[in-house]
Design a protein around this ligand. Structure first.
Ligand code: HEC
Length: 109
């Protein structure tokens, strides 16, 4: 095989491998942040909307905004939590990267 052909074959494989390992890393960061910040203590115990039934209808960007400030998204979309009567969600202490990773993690279910 000449070296140009090798490059044409190997480069996409290398790019895909990089992308795949980054994606795995992102999902893992999202999972760890979700656990560290205790999201499940509200969202899977009845203290907040059940995320697995709600999130599929939103794009990644909206999910990120939800994590930063749910009230703001409700105002923007003109809707309220599915089960009103919850205590308000606290501001999440996470970096932008962690918020994006959590959104990707939640969207991956
Ligand atoms: C103290 C309980 C609590 C914790 C901890 C919590 N949430 Fe929430 N979350 C809520 C409540 C209550 C709502 C609904 C509305 C509100 O804030 O008024 C909500 C709303 C949301 C929504 C919007 C759901 C929808 O469609 O209405 C998302 C997404 C979300 N939370 C993600 C997270 C993530 C991710 C974390 C962890 C970083 C987290 N929440 C931590 C209580 C909590």
């Amino acid at each position: 095989m000449n070296s140009k052909l090798k490059l044409v074959i190997l480069l996409p494989i290398a790019v895909f491998a990089l992308w795949a390992s980054y994606h795995v890393y992102e999902l893992d960061l999202g999972k760890r942040s979700f656990a560290r910040l205790g999201c499940a203590s509200c969202h899977f115990s009845g203290g907040g909307p059940n995320l697995s039934t709600i999130l599929p209808q939103y794009d990644l960007h909206t999910v990120e905004d939800f994590i930063r400030d749910p009230e703001d998204v409700y105002r923007r979309l003109g809707r309220k939590p599915l089960n009103p009567g919850f205590a308000i969600m606290h501001k999440v202490k996470a970096s932008d990267h962690e918020v994006r990773a959590m959104a990707e993690y939640l969207k991956s279910w």
